[in-house]
Design a protein around this ligand. Structure first.
Ligand code: HEC
Length: 199
């Protein structure tokens, strides 16, 4: 391991520790979730303050690894309210009213052909500006036909996003989640170790 990689690993471990302290240490503030709200014509209102929720993971599927055209070439930053995360850890299912937010973040200053950049920690992929928002809402009454979850897209572009979004079709969203993540409450929890780690 080079010195740089060692420092990065230590920084990552420290950051993970701080993140889990934060998610446990501030439950009062974070538990004050309001659940989903809807417009009078049934659109989901853009969730508020989701960047203050618990950050559970950030997958990245860059263009360079997907024949130059990834569906979502950005980082996928995923958030859930701390109280809903705690419930999932206990029961293995999300409670009614859970909202999961996936916010896309562009690669910052892509310098090399593969979109990577050189930074103090090494060559790699770094997060730049926000570029889109996908949301899922658990509500077995409203969304029983799509595995108890509703799917919403608030735009795939720079800020600001749409203020409300109508439910996306099964073909657009739910079908893939039902097929690939049907056993884990339609959520790809295998990519979020914070959800299942024992301590
Ligand atoms: C072809 C399959 C596929 C389709 C279609 C799809 N997703 Fe996903 N979605 C995934 C995968 C795989 C992940 C986790 C890994 C990732 O983000 O790269 C994910 C993650 C998510 C997450 C984060 C929580 C989770 O379940 O892990 C949300 C929220 C989400 N998708 C919403 C949507 C919405 C809204 C649509 C439609 C506009 C949609 N998805 C369409 C495959 C899909």
């Amino acid at each position: 391991m080079t010195v740089n990689k060692g420092i990065l690993a230590i920084a990552l471990i420290a950051a993970a520790g701080a993140a889990s302290y934060w998610s446990y240490g501030s439950t009062t503030a974070q538990a004050a979730g309001t659940g989903p709200t809807y417009t009078s014509d049934g659109k989901l209102v853009l969730p508020k303050n989701y960047r203050d929720w618990t950050f559970i993971g950030a997958t990245v599927t860059p263009n360079a690894l997907n024949g130059g055209k990834a569906g979502f070439p950005e980082f996928h930053n995923v958030y859930v309210e701390a109280s809903k995360l705690a419930a999932y850890r206990k029961t293995g299912v999300f409670p009614e009213g859970t909202i999961l937010v996936k916010e896309l973040a562009l690669l910052r200053n892509p310098k090399h052909e593969d979109g990577s950049a050189d930074e103090a920690s090494g060559r790699g992929f770094f997060e730049g500006s926000f570029n889109g928002l996908d949301v899922t809402v658990k509500d077995s009454k409203r969304y029983g036909k799509t595995g108890n979850w509703g799917f919403f897209n608030f735009g795939h572009h720079a800020l600001p996003y749409e203020s409300a979004a109508k439910e996306a079709s099964k073909e657009e969203c739910a079908g893939c989640h039902m097929g690939g993540a049907g056993k884990t409450d339609l959520t790809w929890i295998q990519f979020y170790p914070i959800m299942t780690a024992k301590n």
